[in-house]
Design a protein. Structure first.
Length: 435
């Protein structure tokens, strides 16, 4: 470590420290004297100092590089600022700045912070630095599931402490810390397994969506477990680590991370629907769901019918109050304006994925066909636009998409009716007729 003293502050002298590789430049006040009582210490928080933060940053970087099988070929410096202005345990603030010779990063942290939150912030800024090494003027968009999933993966699987502990005692002017670790390594997915057995894992679509602010604690814990499992399973795919790195490198060249993901994982997934299917199978195996617990065919057909007729509010006249009704997908596609139908159809596709978890094998292809038809219609309609032709005029492309989607859905409804006829509940012939 190399450091230089700076100006004094109300919390102690301010120092600037450079990490061993020179990538981290840390500035902040010195740590409080050993033995100082602080409410943060009792709340599971650690007090940051330039030395602790510089060493911890290098430890996390080395663990991340080992996991991704990358060399330490950093290009952008990361400036870490321990700010007394930020409130205790506030989430780190990360800013990426382009320069003529590349990107540099500034990260502000509070004086007291939880270890997982610190690891999460450092992993996020390190992934950003890796993704932006060949970027132009547009910074990469690192999805939250990736940074959080990798952070949890490193925390649970690292053989050493990622965060350096502050000194606990001072003996003859020597700061001493005591650390103890178990000799038997635990399963890194044990906590995620326990969580996802008692709480339904998030779908891939939910992992991709923005979380509400503030995030409920239970929702956040489920998100962490789902993200950790998702990332760990991606790493187990053929050439999983190399593919994940390829995705990072391609992030700056796409307007959204989904496109970079599909391009990098093109050998495994042709569409986001394929990712959902793969993720559903992963969850079944991981949580130990018994296939015998699937619905019976009559029940599954009933659930499918309810999903394909979502409850909506409709009114026959502008003067009347909207009434709750159940419309078919064909009615929604044909009669509603596109912006309104898109919201409802997105909900239907998500619900179809939930239904798929307990659908018997002989009905899976039909459920997938319904979902693929709706997804295909939405994707093509997004490109065609919302306008449709007026009566008596030649049809526009949107009208042709509506016609094709309705035709395909009618065919699937015919298949569903045939399955319902062959799987009707048996009639009790011994029952006496009612008088």
């Amino acid at each position: 470590m190399a450091f230089s003293a700076g100006a004094a502050s109300p919390t102690g002298p301010v120092r600037t420290v450079s990490s061993s590789t020179g990538q981290f430049i840390v500035r902040g006040p010195s740590i409080s004297p050993v033995g100082t009582n602080s409410p943060g210490a009792e709340a599971g928080l650690i007090e940051l100092s330039p030395d602790i933060l510089a060493i911890s940053g290098e430890r996390i970087k080395q663990a991340l590089l080992r996991e991704l099988t990358l060399g330490d070929l950093w290009r952008g410096r990361i400036h870490l600022e321990i700010s007394p202005v930020l409130s205790t345990n506030q989430a780190p603030i990360i800013v990426a700045k382009p320069y003529t010779d590349g990107w540099q990063y500034q990260m502000e942290l509070p004086r007291w912070i939880e270890k997982p939150k610190l690891v999460r912030g450092l992993v996020q800024v390190l992934l950003l630095e890796i993704a932006n090494r060949n970027a132009g003027l547009r910074s990469a968009e690192v999805p939250l599931w990736l940074s959080e999933g990798l952070a949890q993966h490193l925390i649970q699987s690292s053989p050493v402490d990622l965060i350096l502990q502050p000194p606990q005692w001072n003996l003859n002017r020597v700061n001493i810390s005591w650390q103890m670790r178990q000799g038997v390594r635990r399963d890194p997915l044990r906590d995620a397994h326990e969580r996802l057995q008692s709480h339904a894992a998030l779908t891939f679509a939910r992992l991709s969506d923005a979380l509400p602010d503030p995030v409920p604690e239970e929702t956040w814990k489920t998100f962490q477990a789902s993200a950790q499992l998702f990332v760990s399973q991606l790493l187990l795919l053929p050439a999983g680590r190399a593919t994940l790195v390829e995705m990072l490198y391609e992030l700056p060249y796409y307007l959204n991370w989904q496109s970079a993901f599909l391009n990098a994982y093109r050998a495994q997934f042709l569409s986001l629907l394929d990712v959902e299917k793969w993720w559903a199978v992963v969850l079944v195996h991981f949580t130990g769901q018994d296939p015998t617990q699937a619905w019976s065919m009559p029940v599954a057909l009933q659930k499918l019918d309810e999903t394909l007729h979502p409850p909506v509010l409709v009114s026959t006249d502008r003067k009347d109050m909207p009434q709750r009704a159940k419309l078919s997908i064909q009615q929604i596609i044909t009669d509603w304006d596109y912006l309104r139908q898109r919201i409802t159809l997105k909900g239907v596709t998500s619900q179809l994925l939930v239904v798929r978890f307990k659908t018997p094998p002989e009905l899976l292809s039909l459920v997938d066909d319904y979902r693929a038809t709706i997804e295909n219609y939405l994707n093509k309609r997004d490109q065609a636009g919302i306008a449709r032709s007026l009566p008596g005029l030649p049809p526009l492309r949107a009208d042709l998409l509506v016609r094709d989607a309705v035709k395909r859905l009618n065919e699937l409804d015919g298949n569903r009716a045939a399955l319902r006829a062959t799987n009707a509940p048996p009639v009790n012939t011994l029952a006496k007729p009612a008088k």
